[in-house]
Design a protein around this ligand. Structure first.
Ligand code: XMP
Length: 514
């Protein structure tokens, strides 16, 4: 960001831990714009972003191992304040002439910290506070010019600084919630050391985005695909705020959505926001494409291809449109220090468009984290059901129906799934869970209802907690909630005579069944 920008920028250098994103989010919670950059980004490129401060993240490595992640030491001569966290702290110490050693006194978890000298970071905070540690190596000698400002029972150097050069390092993790005063420590760095203004607020983010969208599209026509999910909904609402009637939204209704979802899109965009909405009812096309398809990847492919064909046919009517809105989020574009893990599923992004479509992209959410997108959605007046909707796979209910997808089986799953959602919401658990839904397996089981033998489908309840869908734990749902779901499904959904609860975490399971 430049001086004329309303936002100051702090860079978070990613040293390969999962903490870089968390640090960036905490900085933004302090209303300062942050960007994650890879550690091998040339210093000149970092400086071109005119950062007011730079934070080194933690990392899984030891500074001593061969090929340990490092950074160009020219960073320390730029005059931009630096805060090293955990691995980042050890790197600062080591690169500037201090010493880091495997002392055998690593610390893990909640640890008592003693602040032993006045420091801008700890200003106004108690000298004794709990912090969260996770390190095997320790800093055993501070570089010259540095002063030790905090210690713990196990390590004599837990925080150090060179206030003249504005270089700071903390062995603990201020970004995690278990560090009681962590956010205040970060704020001291951001406001007092770096001089950042707390201007990254939702009102100003929206204002700036609206101006940027207007500047990008001018008087041209713009189209936006709505999926029913939060990202495309917020992107559409934001672009609509910026350019009103120049926007047309296209909602391809695959017939594979959850109960009530299509109506919700109609209600919100057509009736509440007065958006020019094209609702393409294509359920038959998708069902035909799925006829007899059993293999999960084949299902994804059939749905993806059908989507593209339907969209193409619809887009013929929009030959004047030059721009296409996409709900890309910041985590999708972070060029991180960690390489992507192997892909287990194709995650075919339904909504992916034909390569030969010559649209210029408008990606108004590309700098935002998911939680910021939700706050923006609320600020723009989108209903809670959309803003807080749990993630839903592009191929929809088709990958929750093991085996063939037929209208009957879709109806069974959709009704059972609605019961899961209703009961989870009633129990106040909806926002706590990453996802909660029903799965329809391809087997039937014997039961007895009244005096009759039944031979019908079981429904599997799946509910998981997760931060990013890479790993997940099965949710310990209260028995009474499970009990209500089970009895409602059996009583209200014809074709279901048994209910099971999936107690597999990821890994080894995946979240979806297909
Ligand atoms: P798994 O099942 O791989 O899912 O643990 C991780 C997350 O991704 C979602 N998911 C998909 N999303 N297209 C999507 O857009 C897909 O084909 C797809 N498959 C899984 C899943 O719901 C979970 O949030």
């Amino acid at each position: 960001m430049t001086d004329a920008d309303p936002f100051d920028t702090v860079l978070v250098v990613d040293f390969g831990a999962q903490y870089a994103q968390l640090i960036a989010r905490r900085v933004r919670e302090a209303h300062v714009y942050s960007e994650i950059v890879p550690r091998d980004m040339p210093i000149a490129e970092m400086l071109a972003k005119t950062p007011r401060g730079i934070i080194f993240s933690g990392g899984p490595a030891s500074v001593h191992v061969e090929g340990a992640p490092s950074i160009d030491t020219a960073i320390y001569d730029t005059g931009v304040p630096v805060l090293g966290i955990c691995y980042g702290a050890q790197l600062v110490a080591q690169q500037l002439g201090g010493e880091v050693a495997r002392t055998g006194s690593g610390e893990y978890g909640r640890t008592a910290l003693d602040v032993v000298a006045g420091s801008p970071l700890f200003s106004g905070l108690p000298t004794a506070q709990d912090v969260w540690m996770s390190h095997a190596d320790s800093i055993v000698a501070a570089p010259s010019g540095f002063r030790v400002t905090a210690r713990t029972g196990a390590v004599p150097i837990a925080a150090l600084e060179d206030t003249d050069r504005r270089l700071y390092a903390v062995q603990f993790h201020p970004e995690v919630a278990h560090t009681d005063r962590g956010q205040e420590i970060l704020k001291h760095f951001l406001y007092d050391v770096c001089g950042c203004r707390p201007s990254w607020t939702m009102v100003s983010i929206i204002e700036t985005s609206v101006e940027a969208i207007r500047a990008q599209v001018g008087g041209e026509q713009v189209i936006c695909g709505l999926s029913g999910g939060v990202d495309s909904a917020v992107a559409a609402a934001l672009v609509h705020k910026a350019i009103g009637d120049q926007l047309t939204c296209v909602f391809v209704d695959t017939g594979l959505m959850r109960a009530g979802e299509a109506d919700q899109v109609e209600d919100t965009f057509r009736r509440q926001f007065n958006v020019d909405l094209v609702h393409v009812k294509a359920a038959d096309r998708f069902l035909a494409a799925l006829d007899d398809v059993i293999d999960p990847e084949q299902k994804r492919k059939a749905i993806g291809e059908t989507f593209i064909r339907v969209f193409e046919e619809t887009a013929v009517d929009f030959e004047d449109a030059r721009f296409l809105v996409q709900g890309t989020l910041y985590p999708d574009i972070i060029e991180s220090g960690t390489k992507d893990a192997a892909k287990i599923k194709s995650h075919h992004n339904v909504g992916g468009l034909p390569d030969d479509m010559q649209f210029e992209l408008v990606e108004p959410l590309r700098n935002l984290f998911k939680d910021e997108v939700r706050v923006m959605g609320e600020e723009l007046g989108l209903p809670e059901e959309i803003v807080w909707r749990q993630p839903f796979p592009g191929p929809g209910l088709a990958v929750r129906i093991v085996g063939t997808v037929t209208p009957d089986r879709l109806e069974i799953l959709r009704s059972a799934d609605a019961i899961v959602t209703e009961e989870i919401k009633r129990a106040g658990l909806y926002r706590e869970l990453w996802q909660s839904f029903a799965v329809l397996p391809a087997v039937r089981t014997v039961g007895v209802m009244g005096d009759e033998r039944t031979y019908a489908y079981p429904i599997v309840i799946r509910a998981v907690t997760s931060d990013d869908a890479m790993t997940a734990d099965w949710a310990r749902l209260p028995y009474d909630v499970l009990e209500r779901m089970s009895s409602r499904m059996i009583n209200e959904v014809p074709g279901v005579n048994r209910v099971a609860f999936d107690i597999t975490s990821k890994p080894p399971g995946t979240i979806e069944w297909e």
